[in-house]
Design a protein around this ligand. Structure first.
Ligand SMILES: [Fe+2]
Ligand SMILES: [Fe+2]
Length: 397
């Protein structure tokens, strides 16, 4: 028979007690109300350092008071003693906004809370017929120009245009798109040191002001071109912060940028600013057209609109071209794609057959027949028998 092995009686291991800890009736240590590590006295700087490290480790996490409680070794009483509130604790650590920054953020949120793009689309559409100045009389004259492209405006072209407006005193003047250029908002690269958005906006406003002064009683219509569209898109979508600065501090809104109220201008801007790709933008800008005198002619920026089967004027391509076309009343007429108002030496004119000019049109509102009198502008131009010749000062090389 095997010998019964002699086993040593088991001795119970004495549990280790931490400072301030006692044994319970069950013989096990009673847990401390707070973990020992919480008794470590964190200084203010250590608290800040801890919180920053935590925020860095969890960049996507919103650090709430509760989250901090379960993920940190710092007791509530510690940070509370140093900072008073958890918000102040976060501010001190720089992971929350300062009181001033918070106020600014709230202002920005006020703008961001709305659908800015939709709002701006509505804003510009509201100017469609705000300043109509109908004139009586069977025979009406209009003048139109396009593609002035702000700083690239040709000084000689401008002199001829303004003098012609003054002499002709048309009932209607049409800015047929791309009066702005603003290469700053282009997809092409531009050296930021050369940016001068405000200067260019002022150039456009000067041009419009001078035109208004030359013909105080004329109806002024501004058809939105792709460059105006681009400007508005940047305003609407760049950042809510920029929108806040522009509208709250500088008062820059679409009507102010174009002087719509100041110079009593109707704005034809049907294009929905919510167009996201080139194809959609083109489609939207194509909606910017206006039909005059019951179909006697139409004005549009993209000449594609001649597909409406109507005589009229277009721009955008910076060169004069004419298509024979019947107007809406079946009368044999023309569609003119006009030349530009900007000088030939502009940096983006790379040998293209572009030219300058503008339109004077004469409408018989009874027969709906429009006679188009296109005025080419080179180093000379003739309007109604009056000769204009480019001076040396007006020569740009
Ligand atoms: Fe243009
Ligand atoms: Fe254009």
């Amino acid at each position: 028979m095997p010998k019964k092995s002699q086993t040593k009686p088991k001795t119970k291991k004495k549990p280790e007690l931490k400072a301030g800890q006692r044994l319970g009736a069950h013989g096990r240590p009673v847990p401390l109300s707070e973990k020992e590590r919480l008794f470590h006295e964190y200084t203010k700087e250590e608290c800040i350092d801890y919180l920053r490290k935590l925020a860095k480790r969890h960049p996507d996490m919103f650090i709430s008071r509760n989250w901090f409680r379960t993920h940190s070794n710092i007791s509530e009483s510690t940070w509370n003693r140093h900072f008073g509130t958890f918000t102040e604790f976060k501010r001190s650590a720089g992971i929350d906004l300062s009181r001033h920054a918070h106020k600014v953020e709230k202002q920005i949120a006020k703008h961001a809370g709305h659908d800015l793009i939709a709002e701006m689309t509505v804003e510009k559409r509201n100017y469609q017929g705000k300043y109509l100045k109908p004139h009586n009389g069977r025979f009406q004259t209009f003048m139109a120009c396009s593609d002035v492209h702000d700083e690239h405006c040709d000084p000689f072209w401008k002199r001829v245009w303004l003098d012609a407006v003054k002499r002709v005193q048309p009932e209607l003047i049409i800015f047929n798109g791309d009066i702005f250029d603003l290469a700053e908002f282009s997809k092409y690269e531009q050296d930021p040191r050369e940016w001068d958005v405000t200067g260019k906006i002022n150039l456009v406003l000067d041009f419009i002001r001078q035109t208004r002064e030359a013909a105080p009683n004329a109806q002024l219509d501004f058809i939105e071109g792709n460059h105006e569209f681009r400007l508005f898109r940047h305003l609407a979508e760049a950042t809510p912060a920029l929108k806040t600065v522009l509208s709250d501090l500088h008062g820059f809104t679409i009507p102010k940028l174009l002087g719509l109220d100041e110079f009593e201008i109707n704005f034809v801007g049907n294009a929905d600013l919510k167009a996201w790709n080139e194809k959609d933008i083109r489609k939207e800008v194509n909606r910017n057209y206006k039909i005059y005198y019951d179909g006697a002619f139409l004005a549009c920026h993209y000449p594609d609109r001649r597909n409406l089967g109507m005589a009229g004027i277009g721009g955008h391509h910076h060169k004069h071209e004419v298509w024979p076309i019947r107007n809406a009343w079946g009368i044999a007429s023309e569609f003119h794609q006009m030349g530009a108002g900007h000088y030939r030496a502009a940096s983006y004119c790379d040998g293209e057959i572009w030219n300058m000019g503008f339109m004077i049109g004469h409408v018989d509102t009874l027969t709906k027949c429009t006679n188009f009198e296109y005025i080419p502008v080179s180093d000379h131009s003739v309007v109604g028998g009056e000769w204009y010749v480019r001076t040396d000062i007006e020569r740009i090389v």
